[in-house]
Design a binder for this molecule. Structure first.
Ligand code: PRX
Length: 652
C-alpha cells in the first residue's frame, strides 16, 4: 500500500509536467545559454571533441588521428602526448595562479587546511620522487587506500605524473576486498594512512592494509600518511611514514610525457558475477571528457566559483569531479573528510556557508537523508552563495528534487541531474544549466558530443516510452576495457545490442524527448549510490561456516535507494545469529555490504536448471503479489517465504 501511494505521488508529479527553465539571472552569465554546442556536436562529433581537447588541455605532442574505432576498442587523439598532472597543476602555476586556493580541506573534527596550487604542485612532485625512490616506474600499478584527506589527491596526481596507473580502493572496503584488488592489479606499492575520522571517532586503516598485504603477493612497500594518530605497527624496510619521506624528497620532478592512450587508472566496480572488474581509463580521452563536462555541465567560472563535490575519492565521482576535471580547470574546491551529521545534522550547510560554496554536487541518497532531518537544518545557515546544484549516483525522485530545489537552492539554483557510470568516465546525460529546461527527476538530454538512445528488446529505437538505455557512438572518456579480461568487456557491454554500448540501465523517453533513467535492470544493487553486486554479498554469506546457501536482492528503500535483503539457508542443524552474519559481510566486503534484513529459509526459489529466481525474492521483499511462478522448481518455497516475510518481523 505504501508503495502504491509513493508511486502515485511520483506519477502525479510527472503528470503535472512541472518544468524549470534556466532563471534569467543564471542565464545572463552562463557559458552556454543556447543550442550552439549541441548543433556543432551533432554535425561533427569527432571534430567537436577534438576542439575540446585542444582548447581545454595542453598537449606536448599533437595527435594525428582523432578517433580509431574498432568496436569495442576506441583510441582517441592517437599519437598525442600529454601529462595529466601537468594539466592539473603546472600550467596553472605557470600562468601565475600559484597562490590560488586549490583545496579548502575540512577535517571531521573541525581542523582545516588551505592548499594553494603552488603547494599542491610541490607536494605532488615530492611524492612522485618518493614513488620513484621506492622503485615505482612508468606502467607499475599503485594502490591507494586512504581517507578523504588531501594526500589522496596528491598520491593520485603523483602517480599520473610518473605514468604509474593508480587503483584507488574506497577506505570503507575490507582487507579482503583490498587484497583482491591488489592481486588483480598486481600492484607494487600501497599508500594508506594510520586511520581517519568518521562519526567522531578514528577508524584504523593500517591494520586492514597490513592484512590485505599479508593475503596478497605483490606489494613491496607501504607508505603511511599520519592522520588518525592511532597506534600502528610499521614493518622495518617495508613500511614508511609519508611525512618522513616527503621531508627528504626533492620538490622537482618533471612530468612524464604520456601517450594519449596510456592507462591513467584502474577503478574496480562490482559486476554481476562476483569478481570485481578493473575498469580501465585512458589519459587524453578521459581528461578531455571530464574537463569538458566539469566546465559546461557545472557552468564553471574559474575566477569566482567554489566547487564542492561531496563524493569520496574512492568512487569514480571523486576521480572525475574532485581530482581530474576540476583541477584541470584550475578550480577552488572544498574537500570534506567526514559524515554529514557530525557534530550536528547541519554540518554540510555549515561548510557551504563557511567557504561560500557556489556549486554543490551530491547524491540523491544524501538528499533523502537531509529530508529526513528536516528543512530547519539548512535554514540555520546562509546558503545564498549557492548558484548551482547537481546530483549523481541514482535516479532522484521528484520529491527529493523539489526539496533540494526549495530548501538548498532557495528556488533560484538550477539542478543538474547527471547520469553516468564508472565505465563512461564522465557525465553523459545531463542538463546544461543555462540552456536546458529541467524537469524534476529527469536527467534531460545527452550532453553535446554524446549520443544515447532508448531501445526495445529487439534493438528498435523507442521514440516515446521505456526500454534499454544505450550509447550509440564512442566518446573520449569511455573505458578502454576490463583489466586482464577483454572478453568480459565485450560480453558485458557490447554483445547485447549490435553496435551499441548497453549501460545496464532502463530508461524512459517522454513526449518532449527527455530521458528518465530508471536504474539498473540487472542484479547489481544500488545502495546509497554505491553499486554492490548481489553475488558478492551472497559469496560473503556463504563463506560463513553455518551458511549453506544465500540469495540477495536489493529492495526499494526510501533512504538508501535500495536496501540489501538476504535469504539464507543454514547448513544442517547449524544456527547463526543475524548480527553475526551482518558482521561477517562487513568483514568480507565492508560495512556498506551488510544486509539490512536477513530471513532464514529452509530453501530458495529456483528454476529447474538450478538458478535462483531473484525477481521473485524481490517481489517478496517488496510485498508485491508474485508474478509468473511457473518456471519454479518447487512453488511451495515462495509460499513459505511470503508467510515468513509477513509473519515474522524483519530482523534489522
Ligand atoms: O544505474 C545508474 C546509476 O548508477 C550507475 C552507475 O554507478 P557507478 O558506476 O557506481 O557510478 C556512479 C557515479 C557516476 C548507473 O548505471 N546512476 C548514476 N547516475 C544516475 C544514475 N541513475 C539515475 N540517474 C542518475 N543521474
Amino acid at each position: 500500500m505504501a508503495d502504491e501511494e509513493r508511486r502515485n505521488d511520483i506519477d502525479a508529479l510527472l503528470a503535472e509536467h512541472r518544468t524549470f527553465p534556466p532563471p534569467d539571472e543564471f542565464k545572463r552569465d552562463a557559458l552556454v545559454a543556447d543550442t550552439d554546442l549541441y548543433d556543432e556536436a551533432s554535425s561533427d562529433d569527432e571534430g567537436f571533441w577534438a576542439r575540446q581537447a585542444s582548447e581545454l588541455l595542453d598537449w606536448t605532442t599533437e595527435w594525428t588521428t582523432i578517433l580509431e574505432w574498432d568496436l569495442p576498442n576506441a583510441k582517441w587523439f592517437v599519437g598525442g602526448e600529454l601529462n595529466v598532472s601537468a594539466n592539473c597543476l603546472d600550467r596553472h602555476v605557470d600562468a601565475g595562479l600559484g597562490d590560488k586556493i586549490a583545496i579548502h580541506w575540512e577535517g571531521e573534527p573541525g581542523d582545516t587546511r588551505t592548499i594553494t596550487y603552488a603547494e599542491l604542485h610541490a607536494d605532488v612532485q615530492r611524492f612522485a620522487n618518493v614513488l620513484k625512490g621506492l622503485g615505482v616506474a612508468k606502467g607499475d600499478r599503485v594502490n591507494i587506500y586512504l581517507p578523504m584527506i588531501p594526500e589522496a589527491a596528491v598520491a593520485m596526481l603523483a602517480c599520473a605524473r610518473i605514468g604509474a596507473p593508480h587503483s584507488v580502493v574506497f577506505g570503507g572496503f575490507s582487507s579482503q576486498s583490498l587484497a583482491d584488488r591488489i592481486d588483480d592489479a598486481q600492484a607494487k606499492l600501497l599508500v594508506t594512512a594510520d586511520g581517519g575520522y568518521r562519526r567522531g571517532d578514528v577508524f584504523a586503516l593500517k591494520p586492514a592494509a597490513d592484512e590485505a598485504v599479508a593475503k596478497s603477493s605483490t606489494i613491496e612497500h607501504i607508505v603511511v600518511v599520519r592522520r588518525g594518530e592511532n597506534d600502528v605497527e610499521m614493518v622495518e624496510g617495508r613500511d614508511h611514514w609519508y611525512h618522513e619521506l616527503m621531508a627528504e624528497a626533492d620538490a622537482e620532478c618533471p612530468p612524464e610525457p604520456m601517450d594519449s592512450e596510456d592507462l591513467l587508472f584502474l577503478l574496480y566496480t562490482s559486476g554481476t558475477t562476483g569478481k570485481p572488474k578493473g575498469i580501465m581509463h585512458s589519459t587524453g580521452g578521459y581528461l578531455t571528457h571530464v574537463t569538458y563536462t566539469h566546465k559546461y555541465v557545472f557552468d564553471f567560472h574559474p575566477d569566482t566559483d567554489v566547487f564542492w563535490c561531496t563524493a569520496d575519492v574512492g568512487w569514480v565521482t571523486g576521480h572525475s569531479y574532485i581530482v581530474y576535471g576540476p583541477m584541470a580547470n584550475g578550480a577552488t574546491q572544498v574537500m570534506y573528510e567526514g559524515v554529514p551529521n557530525h557534530p550536528g545534522n547541519d554540518r554540510f550547510w555549515d561548510i557551504v556557508e563557511k567557504y561560500k560554496v557556489t556549486i554543490l554536487y551530491t547524491a540523491p541518497t544524501a538528499i533523502r537523508t537531509f529530508m529526513k532531518w528536516g528543512p530547519e537544518e539548512p535554514a540555520k545557515h546562509d546558503l545564498s552563495s549557492l548558484r548551482l546544484l547537481g546530483t549523481v549516483g541514482e535516479p532522484i525522485n521528484p520529491e527529493a528534487w523539489m526539496w533540494y530545489h526549495t530548501h538548498i537552492g532557495g528556488e533560484r539554483c538550477p539542478i543538474v541531474d547527471t547520469w553516468w557510470q564508472t565505465e563512461t568516465g564522465g557525465i553523459m546525460i545531463s542538463p546544461l544549466p543555462g540552456a536546458t529546461t529541467t524537469k524534476p527527476g529527469s536527467a534531460t538530454f545527452p550532453v553535446p558530443g554524446v549520443s544515447a538512445e532508448v531501445i526495445d528488446d529487439a534493438g528498435r529505437t523507442v521514440e516515446r516510452g521505456g526500454g534499454y538505455l544505450t550509447l550509440t557512438r564512442p566518446w573520449p572518456g569511455m573505458t578502454r576495457g576490463i583489466w586482464g579480461d577483454p572478453e568480459r568487456f565485450y560480453d558485458t557491454y557490447w554483445s547485447r545490442f549490435e553496435g551499441r554500448y548497453f549501460a545496464g540501465d532502463g530508461a524512459r523517453v517522454d513526449d518532449d524527448g527527455y530521458f528518465w533513467v530508471l536504474g539498473r535492470i540487472d542484479d547489481v544493487m544500488n545502495v546509497s549510490g554505491h553499486r554492490i553486486s548481489t553475488s558478492e554479498v551472497e559469496s560473503a554469506l556463504v563463506s560463513h561456516p553455518a551458511v549453506a546457501e544465500a540469495a540477495v536482492v536489493g529492495a526499494n528503500d526510501p533512504t538508501s535507494g535500495q536496501a540489501i535483503i538476504a535469504y539464507v539457508t543454514t547448513r544442517g542443524s547449524a544456527t547463526v545469529g543475524v548480527e553475526e552474519l551482518r558482521a561477517h559481510c562487513a568483514d568480507q566486503i565492508g560495512a556498506i555490504a551488510k544486509p539490512k534484513t536477513i530471513y532464514f529459509t529452509p530453501d530458495l526459489p529456483k528454476t529447474r536448471s538450478g538458478k535462483i529466481m531473484r525477481r521473485l525474492l524481490r517481489d517478496v521483499a517488496e510485498g508485491r503479489n508474485l508474478g509468473d511462478t511457473t518456471t519454479l522448481a518447487d512453488a511451495t518455497v515462495v509460499d513459505e517465504l511470503q508467510r515468513r516475510a509477513t509473519e515474522t518481523p524483519p530482523e534489522e
